[in-house]
Design a protein around this ligand. Structure first.
Ligand code: HEC
Length: 213
C-alpha cells in the first residue's frame, strides 16, 4: 500500500511540475496559448493536483515524525497554489515564477532529504545485540546503533551537524539529559521512544558520552 501510494505521489509530482513548467513557458511566449492550454488541461490538472496533495498527506501521516522539513514543504506548497492560480490566470509573470520556484524548492528539499536517508550506514550482522550474551559489549552495540540511527545528522564521528544537529564532541549535556533528548527528541531531532528499545537508548547514550573531547 505504502509503496503504491509513494509511486503515485512521485508520478503526480512530476506531472504537476511538468504542467507548471509548460504554463510558465507559455506565459512568456504566448498568453493566448496559455489560456487555451489551461482550459484544455483543467480537469486533468485538478485530478493531478488532488492526487498530489492527497498522496502527500497520506505519506505524511505514515512518517513516524512530523519533521520541520515536512511542515516547510507543506507550507511552501500551500503558498504556491494561490500564487499559481492568480499568476497564470491574470498573466502575472512574477507571481507565476515565484509559485514555480516554490514548488521546485519543495521538490529539491524532498530529494535532499532522501539523499540523506540513503546515506544511512548498514549494521554489520556479527555485532551482538543481546545484552544477556556473555560476549555482549555495550559500547560496540552503542556505536553500531549510533552509526545507523544518528550518523546521518550528527556524522559518523558525532561532529558533522547536518540539519542543525549539535556537535556531540563539545556537548556538555549530562547522561540523563542525553538519554532524555534521544527518547523525546527536540526540534528537528526525532524522538526514539517508539523506534528503539530502552536498552538501545541506554547503549547509544553510553556511546555518545565517550565521544566527548
Ligand atoms: C534528523 C537529524 C538528527 C538525528 C537523526 C539525530 N539527531 Fe541528535 N540532534 C539533532 C538536532 C537538530 C539537534 C539540536 C536540537 C536542538 O537543540 O534544537 C540534536 C541534538 C542532539 C543532542 C544534544 C546535544 C547538545 O549538547 O545540545 C544529542 C546528545 C543528540 N542530538 C544525540 C543524538 C543521538 C544519540 C541520535 C541517534 C539516536 C541523534 N541525536 C539523532 C538532529 C538529529
Amino acid at each position: 500500500m505504502y509503496t503504491g501510494i509513494y509511486h503515485s505521489h512521485k508520478l503526480a509530482v512530476i506531472l504537476f511540475l511538468l504542467i507548471y513548467t509548460i504554463k510558465l513557458i507559455l506565459l512568456f511566449v504566448n498568453t493566448e496559448k496559455l489560456d487555451n492550454f489551461s482550459k484544455k488541461i483543467k480537469v486533468p490538472d485538478m485530478i493531478i493536483s488532488f492526487l498530489f496533495l492527497a498522496t502527500g498527506i497520506y505519506l505524511a501521516t505514515q512518517s513516524a515524525e512530523i519533521s520541520t522539513i515536512l511542515l516547510v514543504k507543506f507550507g511552501l506548497v500551500l503558498a504556491s497554489i494561490p500564487l499559481a492560480i492568480i499568476g497564470f490566470k491574470k498573466h502575472k509573470k512574477s507571481l507565476a515564477i515565484v509559485s514555480v520556484l516554490l514548488i521546485f524548492t519543495v521538490y529539491g528539499l524532498s530529494e535532499m532529504n532522501r539523499g540523506m536517508k540513503a546515506k544511512k550506514v548498514t549494521i554489520s550482522n556479527d555485532i551482538i545485540t543481546n545484552p544477556s550474551d556473555a560476549n555482549y559489549d555495550e559500547l560496540s552495540h552503542g556505536k553500531v546503533m549510533f552509526l545507523s540511527q544518528c550518523a546521518m545528522c550528527h556524522g559518523p564521528s558525532g561532529d558533522q551537524g547536518l540539519s542543525g544537529a549539535k556537535n556531540l564532541l563539545t556537548s556538555t549535556m549530562k547522561l540523563e539529559e542525553v538519554m532524555n533528548i534521544i527518547t523525546k527528541g527536540k526540534n528537528s531531532m526525532p524522538k526514539y521512544s517508539k523506534s528503539l528499545s530502552e536498552n538501545e537508548i541506554k547503549v547509544i547514550t553510553a556511546y555518545v558520552m565517550t565521544l566527548r573531547e
